[in-house]
Design a protein. Structure first.
Length: 610
């Protein structure tokens, strides 16, 4: 196979121009960053830049936690406090090296965040943000009332950092350390988001049911992003303590927690470089206003908070995704981007599972039952699907077909009955565990991550076929496996006729292609049993025929398929056996010919009494 080479439609010349312009600009920014302390700029600028770097570290965590994973935290300042107090206490009272203080702060933060995360991350909706407010207040209150920590006065005389004998007491020296931490943090977060665990994390914001069905433990990833965010905040606190040379409780309170969230939203809640923009804009505005407002208004007070509120409202109206994405959008208009070039030529194929022997019972459903309150959606339904068969599950709307799918795949718990997959009883298992046995599925209402590319969405289907974890991804040690995963995703997309859409955002696809993408995603897991809920809905005739051909080919390869579909031509021409459901019960099971000849089925579809 030739390597897949994706370029945008706007032509290579303009795109090359664009990437050169981008590179030149990025290079200029890096150079300025690196040279800033060497230039004859006022000390104040350096101080500002240092604060921006330290804020950005915290905001980076919030980008992951709130922007990407959808978990709002008002409490990040408390973790900054843990990092700051740990090093302040150890270095002043016990005379330990601040570098040990860093390690101690990280360990302390890890412990506290694990406990807090374990308790609060199971909460949903508004309870989580409320819980973060609660522990932010109580951690701050605890710090402020411990004699050991100097109560409200805090700890004075925190030493400056030493780096191999070089003192970092000077702001210009600290600048390099702070920005090294911040940039390394940003790069690690970017690497993480573009990886196997990153795709799972990006599903946390609104596609958890789908991710679980692909084998992802979403709770585990919530804990992981919570820990990463807390640790980034803790590093920021460590730096802060050695910049300020004193710590007290006030910078680690709820107000600062809210301001970190403000910076995140302003910069672009889910964009990594937005963290720096948000922190920068916040710091500059806040300082200017602190000077300006009392002069204008003739009295002192925290007026800047009002102005920041107004800025936030304006932003949500005119650049709801944040400043950085708005800038990116403008830049993309001016200089159209070249599509990403990917080269997975020579990537080894992923391991695949052995197929169950043809004709063996693969899925055995016995007296399966589901009640929603008084409604019996699935009423003691039994059937057996044999390996290598395509089985249709048909029936009028509301018959209980999708619910049956949800029970078999573990998306919903059954109220009764048994499900055996390859001889293993799986009723009561979570969907991610059932997925490990080789079951994959699509959803009647497409479930995807709209702001991720088609290729990435499909690669999430291959989650269980990879191993690389969070740390490996952050350190970019996962590239070989990533190439294999993406190559497999591309292969499945190609097979389903979607090779021209790899780099499109999934949310921009029409409904038909979205369904095809879901099938490719399910195939990417190398399933033994594939559950398709209305795969042909929204497809044109030609596309339906192509899909039927693909499904036949899959059957040829030993895959078993259970399929819900309303298009009778599609079902009758494709399936080996059919189960008909009505009002939650199984009406009949038989070959397509038998089902077509059944008076009961006709009655069910025409709605007449029988
Ligand atoms: P089908 O896929 O055959 O059209 P469904 O399985 O979606 O039917 O639905 C079967 C019945 O169960 C319908 O009456 C539907 O309203 C009900 N139902 C499905 N899911 C739920 C739910 N989560 N809560 C309550 N009722 C539900
Ligand atoms: Mg349905």
């Amino acid at each position: 196979m030739k390597s897949t080479d994706v370029t945008s439609a706007s032509g290579p010349t303009r795109a090359n121009h664009a990437s050169r312009a981008n590179r030149v600009m990025a290079g200029a920014v890096w150079l300025l960053l690196a040279a800033l302390p060497l230039l004859p700029v006022p000390e104040f600028w350096i101080t500002q830049a240092n604060y921006i770097g330290m804020f950005a570290l915290v905001v980076l965590g919030l980008v992951l936690l709130t922007g990407v994973a959808g978990l709002t935290s008002f409490g990040q300042a408390a973790f900054v406090g843990l990092g700051a107090y740990a090093t302040a206490l150890l270095s002043t009272r016990y005379g330990l090296s601040p570098w040990l203080g860093l390690v101690a702060g990280l360990l302390l933060t890890l412990g506290v965040a694990l406990v807090l995360g374990w308790i609060t991350l199971r909460m949903s909706g508004h309870y989580l943000p409320l819980a973060t407010i609660a522990w932010a207040l109580s951690l701050n209150y605890t710090i402020a009332n411990l004699d050991l920590l100097g109560k409200y006065d805090g700890i004075l005389g925190v030493p400056a950092l030493q780096f191999f004998g070089i003192s970092l007491a000077d702001g210009r020296a600290m600048y390099y350390l702070i920005w090294l931490c911040a940039v390394l943090g940003a790069v690690a977060v970017r690497h993480l988001l573009d990886s196997r665990p990153g795709r799972a994390i990006r599903a946390l914001g609104g596609a958890t049911v789908m991710a679980e069905a692909m084998g992802v433990s979403t709770f585990r990833y919530k804990v992981i992003v919570f820990l990463i965010a807390a640790l980034l905040a803790s590093v920021s606190g460590w730096l802060f303590a050695h910049v300020q040379r004193t710590v007290n409780p006030s910078p680690f309170g709820l107000r600062m927690g809210i301001e970190y969230l403000f910076m995140t939203v302003v910069g672009g809640v889910s964009s990594v470089w937005g963290a720096f923009v948000g922190a920068g804009v916040f710091k500059v505005i806040e300082d200017q206003l602190k000077e300006l407002l009392p002069r204008l208004l003739g009295s002192n007070g925290n007026f800047e908070i009002i102005v920041l509120g107004v800025v936030l409202v304006l932003m949500l109206k005119y650049a709801p995704k944040g400043l950085w994405p708005a800038v990116q959008l403008l830049a993309a208009r001016r200089w159209p981007q070249a599509g990403r070039r990917r080269d997975w030529q020579g990537a080894a194929a992923l391991p695949s599972r052995p197929r169950p022997p043809r004709g063996e019972p693969l899925l055995r459903v016995d007296r399966l039952r589901k009640q929603f309150g008084g409604l019996v959606a699935v009423n003691d339904v039994s059937f057996t699907l044999h390996a290598g068969d395509i089985m249709g599950l048909i029936g009028p709307n509301g018959a209980g077909k999708s619910t049956t799918f949800n029970l078999i795949s573990g998306v919903l718990p059954a109220s009764g009955g048994t499900i055996e997959l390859g001889g293993t009883p799986v009723a009561g298992w979570p969907s991610r565990r059932i997925a490990r046995l080789g079951l994959s599925r699509t959803f009647q209402h497409v479930k995807m991550i709209p702001d991720m590319t088609v290729l990435e969405n499909v690669a999430l289907g291959g989650y269980l076929r990879g191993r690389s974890g969070t740390l490996k991804a952050m350190l970019r040690l996962d590239r070989e496996e990533e190439r294999r995963l993406l190559a497999e995703a591309a292969r499945q997309l190609q097979r389903i006729g979607m090779q021209d859409h790899l780099d499109e955002l999934a949310g921009n696809l029409a409904l038909g292609p979205q369904r095809l993408m879901e099938i490719a995603r399910a195939l990417c897991s190398d399933p033994s049993l594939l559950l398709l809920d209305e795969p042909a809905a929204g497809l044109r005739l030609k596309e339906k025929q192509a899909l039927a051909d693909v499904l036949r080919q899959l059957r040829q390869e030993g895959l078993s398929i259970l399929l819900v579909e309303h298009d009778m031509d599609f079902v009758m021409g494709l399936t080996d056996r059919i189960v008909v459901m009505e009002f939650g019960t199984r009406l009949i099971e038989g070959t397509p010919a038998e089902v077509q000849a059944s008076p009961a089925v006709r009655a069910a579809y025409l709605g007449t009494e029988h």
